[in-house]
Design a protein around this ligand. Structure first.
Ligand code: ZN
Length: 173
């Protein structure tokens, strides 16, 4: 396992990759599991609760998440070729952050519940329903696969402010 570099919006080359639309993977094999292991290690190291493959420079439809509370044992989740099959009309607002937009947090409104289908770490098809933080995080990561960042849901002004905040923080570091 290896910790990969996380692409961030303050770097123009990184941003161009983050804007790419990811592609489905043909199969869940050992090579893909090695990528998912790296992604999980990179996410834990950051630390974060969700990471899409494109954030480590691989535009593939692969997501890892872990929503375990601090102090609880790790509960890694792997989503390969995930799809949202249903979204509730009811909405939910949550203050989101993103490892590719460090130090920036803002409220985003999304469907409160979604139904999803994906392949797990073993390559088995799973269908389930998510709500609360799990639904927020999953939809945030699904956006990454479509080349969309959470700041793209904000006003133009807030989005520009967010990017300059990241740039300033980088220069100060
Ligand atoms: Zn993100």
């Amino acid at each position: 396992m290896a910790i990969r570099r996380i692409l961030t919006v303050d770097n123009a080359a990184d941003l161009a990759v983050l804007k790419q639309v990811s592609k489905d993977v043909p199969a869940v094999d050992d090579g893909l599991r090695a990528l998912m292991d790296d992604m999980l290690e990179t996410m834990y190291d950051a630390p974060g609760i969700g990471l899409a493959a494109v954030q480590v420079g691989e535009p593939l439809n692969v997501i890892v998440m872990d929503l375990a509370r601090e102090g609880d044992p790790p509960a890694p989740l792997y989503f390969v070729n995930p799809k949202i099959t249903w979204a509730s009309e009811e909405l939910y607002v949550y203050e989101e952050g993103c490892l590719s937009v460090p130090e920036v947090y803002d409220e985003v409104e999304r469907p409160a519940k979604v139904k999803l289908t994906y392949l797990n770490y073993q390559g088995e098809t799973v269908e389930e329903e998510a709500e609360g933080l799990s639904a927020v995080c999953f939809q945030h990561e699904m956006d990454h696969l479509a080349g969309v960042l959470f700041i793209d849901h904000l006003s133009r002004l807030k989005r520009d402010r967010a990017i300059s905040k990241v740039k300033k923080a980088r220069r100060a570091a």
